[in-house]
Design a protein. Structure first.
Lengths: 510, 439
């Protein structure tokens, strides 16, 4: 409600509110390749005639575009705490969002009640944005399968019973307790979901998508010599049950244990401007905050982004290439189609240091007379779509991690794990919070550090990227991005990178 | 009338759950309407208007526990949803600490009218919302330094009913209305700083005029022009009342039963002890008339009553729901925060700035975080220098770093000026010896 200009990307270490109708068998009218329009809609209990009548009402006062976004999400969560699988949750969240677009004006309504009467009422409400007469009659619907399936599963989540999932949580708990005598409390949170989407447009397109998600969180409390430390780790993706192998459970537990125990040794770095080495993987949070949000085209068409006038300009050294890609198989930010029904793609944002493209939804694509980049996303049927990131990554650079660390003269830090970040779109100032990292003194790693906020200015930090290594990778943990109050899953990645100067939230004592 | 319908629905769901085999059940049914209009640069940009409803359910089956929610209220689908939920619960492990609240906690519910509903909000129509937006828009759009401005107005209605198998039933309703304006300006180096002003209230009469909202947003945005990077130093910090609530939340958030029981809170082993400055008293008061977080009962049905959270610097009470109270062997209080009331000092913000003399006045948080186990924090900030007891040049791109217990031990002044548009009515706060990192 507050115009939170400030928009954050954060990992959410409090899952467990998710949900999902365990045991709900997948329906016969399943969404799959080659489903007809009526089969696709049958899942939501509506027929094509109803959809066309609702679209007609939605565009009765004029529309450049109008669409219905049907969504049904079944989610399950399970929690293990103090050695007991003591809580589970399930939820069904379904409804339809109705959107009427005139130029860059949007009328929006939604309803959870999928009767024709209720949808017609919502359509009249959304249509009130317009005050002309109907321009385009709704076309006959033709179902179009997505170009590819980036998250095909052997077995959908509704077909996996809770009794299969429980041993995974119990295994993680046993491993964590056995890992170190300092571990005192273990809690494991599991959430999986199966989301079905159907998008019907005024021009007669009907697109469908079925989006799985799994996330497993390990949270630990450790005590040593009267001191307490807590930390966590998680794995997430658009994956199925078979992905949660014993080995993967071991890895995420090991990571949580290592991160937690490291905190006992960690201290605060000095305060002020220092060189910062960003480790490969999760440090992609730098891209997300320093440039990603600023390239979302809605901010640029409104002239409120610091990048509004930089298209085609050199904004980083020539070894910097940054992409935002919806086609990474099974990643959290992957999408077959975006939430406006456009095919997703690999968008090159920065090529050899030159700013090449914004991230577009349909409205900004029309504004700039370009093709949508398939970046129109929304949290749910209750929300208006807007340009958002998917999987944002900087590609390999010419250096090595060792060279980068050795190049740091005097005092610097390495950023390893993060909890959250945010950015002011117009001023370009962004922050991210380092949970674990290392101190560098004269080219050598000397001590662990913790709890450090970094603040910088986006365009300035990009100019200060002085080295990038050949080890780029996406983070395996789950990230959730927030913008104007809407949360969507994203992925991010980076090679090891040196930024020559950033403001480090440290402490100078004595 | 609508309340009765919702209460009937909640009771029916409890009955369905018990018939499916649950030993205990709690259900909540709710309905809401949310409308928002947004103007940008002289033109209507967005209209959103929706009515929403759903149910949630907590189940206790053979000593096992689970939580469920659905928006699919078709009778056949709802019945099978509940049957499946009960079956799911049976697959879990028994937990001796799980139970419905003791019914004695339902008693003593306040009879006084919290005035959470303003009948005048039901009459707000399209023209009224458009007028509000236009009245804000015309104050800021067209000014030479304004790149873009967004003006929003909206209102919401909420109704909720809850019932349980051990005798709870209750309903309540609330309304709210809000105005917001955000202004983006052009600064040197093509930077586009933005600032905002927003106000929300249960009753229309408590909202400022739209023009005042827009004027304040513009004044604040212009105050950012020419901002430079702040210094690295240790010194006094004055926190603007509008954002001081965030520090109160950092201090009081870890007072939750789950955080303490899991050992992830600096409140553990500190109850009853003098921990921060004796100037600080924070009371959780759910019974404030027209309060933004007021309620007659909490999410478990526990009758609402004020709770001392911090009493003259002592950690006084935890937020304890039935489950974590049992785990910790303590009596339940309430599982969730409502309005925070901070005991006020006697100085205005200007007087506090005068006392401080020189230091940094913080007007916005820019990310950052805190470790709730240790209280160690590092937060991004921007604001103004304080020179000769007055606000001076704008500065930004800085962090403050320290420990929240130390910070509140160094609390030196509390203002007399609580911010009215938030459930946490924080006044201006001043702290000594804060570590800033900048240039």
């Amino acid at each position: 409600m507050v115009p939170d200009m400030v928009d954050r990307a954060q990992s959410t270490p409090t899952p467990g509110t998710g949900a999902a109708g365990t045991g709900a068998a997948s329906t016969a009218a399943g969404i799959g390749e080659g489903a007809t329009a009526s089969e696709t809609l049958a899942w939501f209990g509506v027929d094509e005639g109803t959809v066309r009548r609702v679209l007609a009402e939605l565009s009765a006062r004029g529309a450049d575009d109008a669409d219905l976004y049907f969504q049904s999400t079944r989610a399950n969560a399970i929690q293990l705490e103090d050695g007991i699988v003591s809580s589970a949750s399930s939820s069904v969240d379904q409804g339809v969002g109705l959107r009427c677009v005139i130029g860059d004006q949007v009328g929006y309504a939604y309803t959870e009640d999928l009767t024709e009467e209720s949808m017609l009422n919502a359509a009249r409400t959304a249509a009130a944005i317009a005050n002309q007469s109907a321009a385009i009659p709704p076309q006959a619907l033709s179902a179009r399968p997505a170009r590819a399936d980036y998250y095909k599963l052997e077995r959908a989540w509704p077909d996996v019973g809770i009794t299969q999932k429980l041993p995974k949580l119990q295994q993680a708990e046993r491993l964590a307790r056995a890992a170190d005598p300092a571990i005192r409390k273990v809690s494991i949170a599991w959430s999986d979901s199966d989301e079905r989407v159907a998008i019907a447009t005024l021009r007669g397109q009907l697109l469908e998508d079925r989006r799985p998600m799994i996330r497993m969180f390990v949270m630990l409390t450790a005590e040593k010599n009267g001191e307490t430390q807590a930390h966590s780790s998680n794995i997430a993706g658009r994956r199925g049950f078979d992905w949660i192998t014993d080995l993967r459970v071991e890895q995420v537990v090991r990571e949580a244990v290592d991160r937690t125990l490291l905190l006992f040794e960690a201290r605060r770095p000095p305060a002020g401007e220092l060189p910062v080495v960003l480790s490969a993987g999760a440090s992609g949070i730098l891209l997300h905050e320093a440039i990603g949000h600023g390239l979302e085209a809605d901010f640029n068409r409104k002239q409120t982004s610091i990048y509004s006038t930089m298209l085609g300009k050199q904004i980083a050294p020539d070894f910097v290439t940054i992409v935002d890609d919806g086609t990474f198989e099974h990643e959290r930010g992957a999408l077959n189609v975006d939430d406006e029904g456009n095919d997703t793609e690999r968008t090159v944002l920065v090529e050899n240091g030159v700013l090449r493209s914004y991230l577009h939804d349909s409205i900004s694509a029309r504004h700039y007379s370009v093709k949508s980049t398939g970046s129109g996303r929304r949290q749910s049927f209750r929300h208006i779509p807007m340009p958002r990131m998917r999987c944002t990554q900087m590609l390999d650079g010419p250096h090595t991690r060792d060279e980068i660390i050795a190049s740091v003269k005097g005092t610097g830090i390495i950023a390893e794990t993060f909890t959250n970040g945010q950015v002011q779109i117009g001023a370009g100032d962004y922050t991210f919070y380092i949970k674990n990292g290392w101190l560098i003194e004269d080219g050598r790693i000397t001590a662990p550090i913790k709890d450090v906020n970094i603040i910088g200015n986006g365009p300035e930090s990009l100019r200060r990227v002085s080295m990038a290594a050949d080890d780029s990778k996406l983070d395996t943990g789950g990230w959730t991005c927030g913008k104007n109050g809407q949360m969507v899953p994203v992925s991010q990645g980076l090679p090891t990178v040196l930024v020559s100067k950033m403001t480090v939230g440290g402490e100078n004592r004595g | 009338m609508a309340d009765r319908e919702l209460l009937t629905r909640a009771s029916e769901i409890v009955d369905l759950a018990t018939r499916s085999g649950a030993d205990g059940a709690w259900s909540n049914a709710s309905r809401s309407r949310n409308v928002s209009y947004t103007y940008r640069d002289g033109k209507l940009e967005e209209v959103k208007d929706s009515t929403s409803r759903g149910i949630s359910l907590r189940l206790y089956v053979d000593g096992r526990f689970s939580v469920h929610s659905t928006t699919d209220l078709r009778p056949a689908q709802l019945r099978s949803f509940i049957d499946e939920a009960v079956a799911l619960t049976r697959a879990l492990e028994p937990d001796p600490y799980r139970s419905l609240p003791d019914p004695s906690l339902f008693e003593g519910r306040s009879e006084s009218d919290l005035e959470l509903v303003d009948p005048a909000t039901y009459a707000i129509d399209r023209e009224r919302r458009l007028d509000w937006c236009r009245n804000m828009d015309e104050r800021v759009v067209g000014k030479p330094d304004v790149v873009s401005a967004s003006s929003s107005a909206g209102n919401a209605e909420y109704e909720s009913a809850a019932a349980s198998s051990n005798g709870f039933s209750g309903t309540y309703a609330s309304t709210s209305a809000w105005l917001a304006c955000e202004v983006t300006l052009r600064d040197k180096d093509d930077s586009r700083p933005a600032e905002w002003m927003a106000a929300s209230a249960r009753h229309l009469s408590a909202l400022p005029a739209p023009a005042e909202i827009a004027d304040e947003a513009l004044v604040r945005a212009r105050g950012l022009l020419g901002s430079v990077k702040g210094p690295t130093l240790r010194g006094p910090m004055v926190v603007e009342r509008r954002i001081a609530s965030r520090l109160i939340h950092r201090l009081c958030g870890p007072a939750s039963g789950s955080a303490v029981q899991q050992g992830r809170s600096f409140w553990k082993d500190r109850l009853g002890k003098q921990v921060v400055s004796e100037k600080l008293t924070v009371i959780d008061d759910p019974l404030i008339v027209r309060g933004l977080a007021s309620r007659p009962f909490d999410g478990e049905g526990i009758a609402a009553r004020p709770l001392d959270v911090v009493q003259s610097g002592q950690f006084a009470n935890l937020y304890l729901d039935t489950y974590y109270a049992k785990k910790l062997g303590m009596p339940p209080t309430t599982g969730s925060a409502s309005n925070h009331v901070i005991e006020l000092g006697d100085k205005s913000c200007d007087e506090i700035l005068g006392c401080v003399g020189s230091g940094i006045y913080v007007t916005a948080w820019l990310g950052g975080n805190m470790d709730s186990t240790s209280g160690d924090f590092s937060l991004g900030v921007r604001g103004h220098r304080i020179e000769a007891g007055k606000l001076a040049a704008p500065i930004g791109e800085m962090n403050i770093t320290g420990n929240i217990l130390e910070l509140f031990s160094n609390l030196v002044e509390i203002g007399n000026d609580p911010w009215p548009f938030s459930a946490t009515r924080a006044p201006t706060l001043a702290f000594a010896d804060v570590q800033f990192s900048g240039e």
